[in-house]
Unconditional design. Structure first.
Length: 49
């Protein structure tokens, strides 16, 4: 099996400076490996009954 892409789920923590640095690093690693990286932003919503 050979990977062709990665999927990343971004929450609110990705707005922090330290996390942005990590995201840049991950983007560079995927690009250097010739892999696609799909990032999706989401918000966690809790529903209580």
């Amino acid at each position: 099996m050979t990977p062709i892409a990665g999927i990343e789920l971004d929450d609110g923590s990705h707005k922090q400076a330290k996390r942005e640095q990590r995201d840049t690093f991950v983007d560079q690693v995927f690009a250097a490996a010739g892999l696609l990286l799909f990032s999706f932003t989401f918000q966690v919503k809790h529903t209580y009954c």
